[in-house]
Design a binder for this molecule. Structure first.
Ligand code: 1CP
Length: 343
């Protein structure tokens, strides 16, 4: 069963083949997703467990991945926090009340994941049953990446407002990060109780920091979030992009598996944290390359992992909306063929 491969890799045990899934695997590159999206907004899909469940299953059926990730978004907790969340077509998320001052942090409403985000937990319970043994990943945004959206008011290029608060008012910064760490840790633990087999913490934009800033302003908070998440015994995957300069610090936050992007080789990453699993790290743009080039790149990653237990094949960041689903399927088949134990 392919579910065994993912579960074994999470524990760094030998697996029948290298498990593979893709970040953002349920989404706009799939016609099946676009058909549902034509009838419901992103937030509506998230709020309705039966729709979220349906979208969660699509890449398992169509692409043949070894694990599903629950359909949700890292920004959903902004609704119960009172930040005002909308998604605008083409422009991404917009936060109505960005955080800039200590008073803004004090004003944040308490969040109880079991009630305020209960619809995500319901979707996990539904998907878990429908998946019939295929592992299900729950997820949340890491404190830094969440703080960047909350402070900037949306997506950002250089994180100027985020760093203005971080450098200019460290007390308020740490108060906000501590709030987010507790909330995210409790939310992930609740997803584990609802049935998730693994929990991924997305620190998508943390690579904008220097190693020293990461150590001072982020590490204690990510460590707290991961410790709370792991309390229920469900393994945690800690993912970031642009982290090659501080992989040792990412590992120090405590994840069981570390997700890395294509800017670092798997050999180098594994040297930085020999006692953890590794997830990655095909460039999402490699899926736009001709098939022979794509095959060579997949094989190169397999060669670097060299059959070492604890490798989960993935992209280095989310699959892009213009990707051909046939190419995604081809990568899954290649990884399975090249790693299957001879019979
Ligand atoms: O309307 C749409 O369909 C818009 C696209 C979309 C989708 C499919 C958004 C808007 N969110 C999602 C769902 C989503 N978001 C999933 C489930 C799909 C899956 O993985 O199978 C997941 C895991 C996320 C996580 C997420 N949301 C991250 C972390 C992962 C990453 O790619 O770094 C981030 C940063 C977000 C914020 C977000 N959500 C959506 C947008 C446009 C953005 C902003 C991205 C940016 O700032 O550039």
């Amino acid at each position: 069963m392919s579910g065994d491969a993912f579960r074994a890799a999470l524990r760094r045990e030998p697996a029948p083949h290298t498990p593979v899934w893709f970040m953002r695997q349920a989404g706009r590159y799939m016609a099946e997703y676009r058909a549902i999206r034509a009838k419901a907004s992103l937030l509506e899909i998230c709020h309705r467990p039966e729709l979220a469940c349906e979208v969660t299953l699509q890449p398992v059926e169509k692409i043949g991945v070894d694990a599903a990730i629950i359909f949700a978004d890292i920004l959903l907790p902004f609704e119960p926090l009172g930040l005002g969340l909308t998604f605008t077509a083409g422009e991404g998320p917009a936060i109505a009340h960005p955080i800039r001052t200590r008073a803004d942090v004090t004003r944040l409403k308490p969040v109880d994941p079991d009630t305020d985000l209960g619809y995500v937990l319901d979707a996990i319970r539904l998907a878990k049953r429908a998946l019939n043994g295929v592992p299900l990943i729950g997820f949340a945004g890491a404190p830094f990446t969440l703080a960047s959206y909350a402070i900037e008011g949306g997506s950002s290029r250089n994180f100027a407002e985020t760093k203005t608060l971080m450098y200019g008012d460290p007390e308020t910064w740490h108060a906000l990060m501590d709030r987010f760490a507790t909330m995210v840790g409790e939310y992930l633990a609740a997803q584990g109780r609802a049935g998730a087999d693994a929990l991924q913490l997305f620190d998508s934009w943390v690579g904008c920091l220097s190693p020293d800033d990461y150590r001072r302003y982020v590490l204690p908070h990510s460590r707290k979030a991961i410790a709370l998440a792991k309390a229920g015994g469900v393994p945690v995957i800690h993912f970031g992009t642009g982290t090659s300069a501080f992989l040792d610090l990412i590992a120090a936050a405590g994840g069981d598996v570390i997700g890395v992007d294509w800017r670092v080789s798997l050999d180098d990453a594994w040297r930085a944290f020999p006692d953890r699993g590794i997830q990655g790290n095909l460039d999402p743009c490699a899926l736009f390359a001709p098939m022979n080039e794509l095959t060579a790149r997949v094989q190169d990653i397999m060669a670097q992992a060299n059959g070492r237990p604890g490798h989960i094949f993935n992209l280095g960041h989310g699959i892009l909306p213009t990707t051909d689903p046939g190419k995604a399927r081809a990568v899954v088949d290649l990884v399975h063929e090249r790693s299957a134990a001879p019979v």
